[in-house]
Design a protein around this ligand. Structure first.
Ligand code: SF4
Length: 353
């Protein structure tokens, strides 16, 4: 895994993005933002699920005005997502922690200047959100909706903000396919040190969105690219957070909680491993201490995996072994193995502090 790019650290409210800050997970509500009650309810759900930064669409002045009441009822950094109408950004800037604009559809540069001024006055960062589906005409005509076109648009807009003395910027370069998304981020990364917000946009339902995001965002994270991310799912809010956190963890960018190694089972198995692993996952979800554990169906690979695991179960016929750092600590009937395993995991976590 490559070293993470050293990006500039900016703040969205009290959450740092970039630099040595942990990679954060973002999401977006789907309520009509002018429906204050529904929007607050969704933001709270996201916050509870572990979301770090939440974004709301601001499609009209009613929604922009509603941000004041929303802000008062939440305690998570809030980003206003603005398209087309710069006046919405000017109103939203009074109540939020960051403005996301797609400069390609804000139009005339004087309007972007006004947004920059409003953000400067309140020390708000701006996310330049380039989307392959809405490039400025000049880049669309020259490059088409390609990674090159996305990068050209981002560079143009970065320069525009820099020329106004504005550098609290983060950048996203989203396309609806993995290939263009990865290419665009890779191309732009060496050209500046602004933090990157990763995402494959409009990625589909949970199954495909998870696969596309794992490939795209995982590839970039392994390249050392990415400071914050959103997994875009046509589905429930909490799923985006769950998948986003899993991508960061399983890419190895964060060491936190259990890394569960479990076998896919086969004709040799003589225990209910699927239920056992599900139970282990549920009962250890609260543990933050990084550790490797293995839950394996038979002796073929169980002993080998257990040697490298902090805590392990090796199932056999009707019974099995619990091991801690390669040493057998108990031989128990099948029904007692998970209880003992969880107890050993908790003890190991406590020992690590
Ligand atoms: S560990 Fe045993 S049960 Fe699991 S897949 Fe390997 S051989 Fe099959």
């Amino acid at each position: 895994m490559k070293e993470r790019y050293k990006t500039k650290k900016i703040y969205v409210g009290d959450v740092a993005v970039g630099g040595d800050a942990p990679i954060t997970v973002q999401s977006m509500t789907y309520s009509n933002t002018s429906d204050i009650e529904a929007t607050v309810e969704q933001i709270k759900r996201l916050h509870f699920a572990g979301c770090d930064i939440v974004r709301v669409a601001v499609p009209n002045m009613q929604s922009a005005v509603a941000l004041k009441a929303i802000r008062e009822q939440i305690s998570i950094p809030l980003v206003a997502d603005i398209h087309f109408n710069y006046k919405l950004a000017l109103e939203a800037a009074k109540w939020v922690d960051c403005i996301r604009v797609n400069p390609g559809n804000i139009g005339e540069k004087g309007r972007i200047k006004e947004i920059v001024k409003a953000c400067q006055e309140r020390s708000l960062p701006i996310r330049i959100g380039v989307n392959s589906g809405s490039l400025e005409a000049e880049f669309e005509n020259k490059y088409g909706a390609t990674a090159q076109g996305m990068v050209a648009s981002a560079e143009y807009n970065i320069k525009f903000l820099e020329d106004l003395g504005f550098t609290d910027i983060k950048i996203s370069l989203k396309a609806s396919d993995v290939d263009r998304t990865v290419d665009a981020y890779r191309m732009l990364r060496p050209k500046n040190n602004y933090p990157f917000h990763l995402g494959v946009t409009e990625a589909g339902t949970i199954f495909h969105a998870t696969v596309k995001s794992a490939i795209g965002l995982g590839t970039l994270l392994l390249d050392g690219i990415g400071d914050t991310l959103r997994v875009s799912i046509t589905g429930e809010l909490e799923e985006e957070i769950k998948v986003g956190k899993a991508i960061i963890k399983d890419s190895g960018r964060v060491k936190e909680g259990l890394n569960i190694i479990s076998c896919p089972t086969c004709g040799r198995i003589e225990a209910d491993l699927v239920s056992a692993v599900a139970e282990v996952e549920k009962r250890t979800a609260h543990i933050k201490t990084p550790m490797d554990v293995s839950v394996m169906g038979c002796v073929v690979n169980a002993i080998g995996e257990a040697k490298h695991a902090d805590v392990a179960i090796a199932y056999g016929k009707g019974s099995g072994l619990v091991m801690v750092q390669g040493e057998v600590v108990a031989k128990l009937p099948e029904g007692e193995l998970v209880d003992r395993f969880v107890a050993e995991v908790e003890a190991f976590a406590q020992k690590q502090g």
